[in-house]
Design a protein around this ligand. Structure first.
Ligand SMILES: COCC(O)(O)CCCCCNCCCN
Ligand SMILES: [Zn+2]
Length: 678
């Protein structure tokens, strides 16, 4: 498993700039690049990355996507004077040439391809390229929207050619639709293109009909182009996360890409004059963390837009910090997507239902019989309460945004814990001991008895249990004090250990403890006070205990063929967990688990985005290989092997849907469709 994060930056790409006055293009300034790089340096992130130099993209590489004519026009501008440059620029929508534009655009292509090579060769696990001019609007034969060559599209074609890849995912979180990328791949089933973008029912630039949710791709490419239009401004963290949970991630895991490339525009972040959205920088840490679980961690992040320098810089730092494996900061704001976002999510799920197995049994029923698009939900002027009140009155007040971000980021950028994982040195742990892991000393017996005496004392009979509880307390203390990020212990009775850990954590001051228990939980703590939220994944309903707001029993029997747990994790567990916003996560695996190792690995991998990645795992001590898998995940030594993808059965989809319908008012991140008649 490769490790390390590449950072590609070349100051020469700041020489491209606007020579005349143009109110549309004057936001695409060189400082976008230099101030992002300075921000990375100020957070000591540059020195933690592997430096990979940029290079010029060759003409041949550019011709993988663009026409010879386009290349020749671009080349000819190097020797033009200002008058001629202005005239050529006027042939395009929102583009400007400078004498150094061609050189910078070739460096942007080359930097992108250098990143692809570094990741595909295993020199690094992932990385980011800070480039300009950006790329996702440029087309085979045209510059457009500040873009001359489509860096990301060339990278995808290059990777297919050089590495024989057959499945590449492009995620475009820039706030504008990358129509250039869509046109290039819309008939190509080997490249899955996902874009969300400010749309406002075709009002917002580039105001294209083909940017709407029903542009699903053409011919063999049908289903491989996903457009999620935002029909209102002010979209925030919960809208973006909901889009990942209910649209992108289930599709991405079914697609099972060999490489993930991000068209990483940060104009979808708060304060940006173009996007007018409300998402705060830390949300990009979560989006990055999710994409790191795909393609065995092979992730290339390429800069596109982003015009508020402070917002851009903070978001770039959040992205790189996460690529480096740092804990994911708590996402801020109310975890409730707005009505307009849920409508867009519902529409794009309905439009893609024919193309993806995971959607086969999802009911978009009352939308189904409406054949033409016009019947699809349009945003009724939904009542203001479901619209996001915008934190910043208008994003153009740059100073106000600067101050907001100054304060906001203060309590987010916590120091990286010295070591990542504490363990009890249980058998099998020698396999993964590394500088990231610390063995904790056992706690002495009397101390443990004192701690446990309050409750369950009668259950703690033998020494072995006492000792395992002891080391568990030590680990929980270290996690609480942020001396470690996470911890893992084995136990002769995981159910007892989990119950004790939950009580102890609450007593230590964790106010919201999420517990995901796989297997037969035996004893279920009282969750009425809301200080715990328990999701018990079990084979059959626990004795008489039905689901309620803070306790869910999710009946699941692993599929013999492979891993069908994605829909449960993405469609239910994560939305509930993100709605709950825990400050500690306890994952426990008891006896006779009903879930495969790959399903549990998926759960552990994706749930690390919560509680600032504070996780305590306790595993039945008979499960040595599971323990090692989970420990490696917690250390960050490997991305999990999720096994063979198996789509969920109708029965399992219905079970998730029933829980979703029952609890989507309490846990609003579960929402992915609006009920008819609202
Ligand atoms: C990859 O490019 C990054 C970007 O998507 O941010 C470019 C935005 C161009 C925005 C052009 N606005 C034209 C308004 C015309 N009334
Ligand atoms: Zn943009």
């Amino acid at each position: 498993m490769a490790s390390g994060t590449a950072l590609i930056y070349d100051e020469e790409m700041t020489t491209h700039k606007l020579l005349w006055s143009d109110p549309i293009c004057d936001i695409e300034v060189p400082e976008r690049l230099s101030s992002s790089y300075e921000q990375l340096r100020s957070y000591h992130l540059v020195e933690r990355c592997v430096h990979v130099p940029a290079r010029e993209g060759s003409e041949e590489e550019i011709l993988l996507v663009h026409s010879l004519e386009h290349l020749e026009v671009a080349k000819s501008t190097q020797t033009m004077n200002e008058e001629e440059l202005k005239r050529v620029s006027e042939n395009y929508d929102a583009f400007f040439f400078h004498p150094s534009t061609y050189r910078c655009a070739r460096l942007a292509v080359g930097a992108t391809l250098q990143l692809v090579d570094a990741v595909m060769s295993g020199k690094v696990r992932n990385g980011m390229a800070l480039v300009r001019p950006p790329g996702h609007h440029s087309q085979r034969n045209a510059a457009n929207g500040f873009c001359l060559f489509n860096n990301v599209a060339i990278a995808a074609e290059y990777a297919k050619l050089k590495y024989g890849l057959q499945r590449i995912l492009i995620v475009d979180w820039d706030v504008h639709h990358g129509q250039g990328t869509q046109y290039i791949f819309e008939e190509d089933p080997s490249v899955l293109y996902f874009s969300w973008h400010r749309y406002e029912h075709q009002e917002f630039w580039p105001s294209l009909k083909e940017s709407d949710y029903d542009a699903v791709g053409l011919g063999k490419g049908k289903g491989f182009n996903i457009n999620l239009p935002w029909n209102k401004v002010g979209m925030g963290n919960s809208d973006y996360l909901a889009a990942f949970f209910h649209v992108l991630l289930p599709t991405a895991f079914e697609f099972d890409p060999e490489l993930v490339i991000v068209s990483s525009g940060y104009d979808s972040g708060i304060g940006d004059p173009e996007g007018q959205m409300n998402a705060t920088p830390e949300v990009f840490a979560h989006l990055t963390h999710f994409l790191m679980q795909l393609a065995n961690g092979k992730l290339c992040v390429i800069l596109e837009g982003g015009y508020h320098l402070k917002s851009l810089g903070e978001s770039v730092c959040m992205t790189v910090k996460t690529l480096l494996g740092d804990p994911v900061p708590q996402v801020s704001g109310e975890m409730a997507p707005c009505l307009s976002a849920v409508e867009s999510i519902q529409n794009v799920r309905a439009a893609h239902k024919p193309y993806w197995k995971w959607l086969a049994y999802e009911d978009t029923s009352f939308l189904q019989n409406l054949s033409t698009k016009s019947h699809f939900l349009k945003t009724a002027n939904s009542n203001p309460s479901t619209e996001h009140e915008s934190k910043i009155t208008n994003n153009n007040d740059t100073v106000k945004v600067d101050r907001f971000l100054e304060l906001h980021m203060k309590n987010i950028l916590f120091p990286v814990p010295p070591i990542k994982t504490a363990t009890t040195g249980c058998e099998g742990s020698e396999h993964f001991l590394s500088e990231h892991v610390q063995l904790v000393k056992e706690m002495d017996k009397t101390e443990v008895e004192a701690l446990v005496s309050g409750f369950y004392a009668d259950l703690v009979k033998d020494n072995k249990t006492l000792l395992s509880l002891g080391s568990m307390f030590v680990i929980l203390d270290k996690i609480l004090k942020k001396e470690v990020c996470n911890g893992i212990a084995t136990s002769p009775t995981a159910a007892l250990s989990a119950a004790v850990a939950l009580r102890h954590s609450v007593r230590l001051g964790f106010q919201r403890v999420l517990c995901v228990f796989v297997g037969d939980m035996q004893m279920i703590p009282n969750t009425e006070d809301g200080k715990m939220l328990i999701i018990n994944i079990c084979e059959k309903e626990q004795s008489g205990k039905t689901s309620c707001k803070h306790y869910f029993s999710l009946n699941w029997k692993e599929d013999a063929e492979g891993n069908d747990f994605f829909s449960a994790v993405l469609g239910f567990i994560l939305p509930v967990a993100y709605s709950y916003q825990p400050n500690l996560t306890v994952i426990a695996v008891g006896p006779n688990r009903n879930l495969g190792i790959s399903g549990i690995s998926l759960l552990v991998a994706l749930i690390q985005g919560l509680a600032e990645s504070r996780i305590f795992a306790v595993i039945e001590d008979t499960e040595i290989s599971l323990m090692q898998n989970v420990a490696k995940l917690l250390v960050g030594a490997s991305t999990p092997a999720f096994g063979i993808y198996v789509p969920p059965t109708q029965e399992k989809v219905n079970r998730i849907k029933a829980l979703r319908d029952q609890f989507q008012q309490e846990w609003k991140m579960l929402q992915c469709s609006v009920k008819e008649g609202i």
